[in-house]
Design a protein around this ligand. Structure first.
Ligand code: C2E
Ligand code: CA
Ligand code: CA
Ligand code: CA
Length: 279
């Protein structure tokens, strides 16, 4: 009976307690990450299926803490979202990526489209469209070289306001992409109303193309759906030649994944770009 009584007060399992402690630690460290210059943007190439050229880059945030080491964005982005820190951090990523795209253009390394991830919190912020326009103007990048990735899950949380915001950004000339497509249950009627340019096929479907007939069917259905709606497709998480071959056969436009390259620091990305230009 004593034990039951005690259990009644145990709202947290040890695992939940450990997670909460870790999140608090991360939050306190993350508050200073920007000013201490612990954050860095890495870039992963987006490659044309048609001719293998690098036509875009996705900006992916990295956090190296002196004591904690490399912390995965999968772990710290949620902490940044819950605390609102994602607003200054997201603005910093946007500005860094836009500035980098402009710098590569100025160096004659071609005209890449720079893809930047948007979190739900940024998406809900009414000042986002003005912020995006301001950053583009200040950094001198034409809006059609910026692509904003919004996950399907976030778009479908509130589809009506997603339509408005996507419209707004679209009118400003920015390209919109739906990230992690296939995981968020969009209805076709909404997909038609989202003025997006590209669907990004989630890596969970790409991963099992070789072994799972259902995933194969989903991937080819998404590609033909996109085609009939006039949208571009990119597959993420492409790791094998077999996956690439299948995607190519199905008519996928672009790919991104370790098969081609991991996300790289800016200098290494530029070196890869230079090499690909001289081939
Ligand atoms: P995401 O936007 O879906 O990004 C794709 C993730 O897949 C990245 O993980 C990338 O490094 C990884 N990836 C790329 N190619 C492969 C591959 O061939 N195989 C496998 N297994 N993985 C691959 P990363 O960089 O750890 O980012 C995780 C998530 O964190 C991102 O998922 C995104 O949701 C979020 N994130 C990263 N940077 C930012 C950012 O600047 N802002 C926001 N709001 N979220 C970000
Ligand atoms: Ca993404
Ligand atoms: Ca994704
Ligand atoms: Ca994801």
């Amino acid at each position: 009976a004593k034990q039951e009584g005690r259990q009644g007060y145990r709202f947290f399992t040890p695992e939940m307690q450990a997670r909460a402690t870790r999140n608090l630690l991360l939050l306190n460290a993350l508050r200073h990450a920007l000013t201490l210059e612990q954050l860095q943007v890495y870039y992963q190439p987006q490659v044309s299926m048609f001719d293998g050229r690098i036509i875009g880059a996705e900006a992916l945030l990295r956090w190296r803490h002196p004591a904690l080491g490399m912390v995965s964005p999968a772990e710290f982005i949620p902490v940044a979202e819950d605390s609102g820190l994602i607003l200054p951090i997201g603005e910093w990523v946007l500005r860094s990526a836009v500035r980098q795209a402009k710098a590569w253009q100025a160096e004659g390394l071609g005209s890449l489209v720079m893809a930047v991830n948007l979190s739900a919190v940024q998406f809900r912020n009414r000042e986002l469209p003005d912020l995006v326009t301001r950053v583009l103007e200040q950094e001198g990048l034409a809006p059609d070289y910026l692509e904003l990735e919004l996950t399907e899950g976030v778009a479908m949380l509130n589809p009506e306001s997603a339509i408005d915001l996507i419209d707004n950004l679209h009118e400003r000339g920015v390209r919109m992409a739906i990230d992690d497509f296939g995981t968020g249950y969009s209805s076709l009627s909404y997909l038609k109303k989202f003025k997006v340019y590209k669907l990004k096929i989630d890596q969970s479907f790409v991963r099992d193309i070789g072994t799972d007939a259902e995933d194969k069917a989903i991937v080819s259905a998404v590609i033909s759906l996109a085609r009939s709606l006039g949208l571009q497709t990119i597959a993420e998480g492409v790791e094998t030649i077999e996956q690439q071959t299948f995607l190519n056969q199905q008519g996928c436009d672009e790919m991104q994944g370790y098969l081609f390259s991991q996300p790289l620091p800016a200098e290494q990305f530029a070196a890869l770009l230079k090499r690909s230009l001289t081939i």
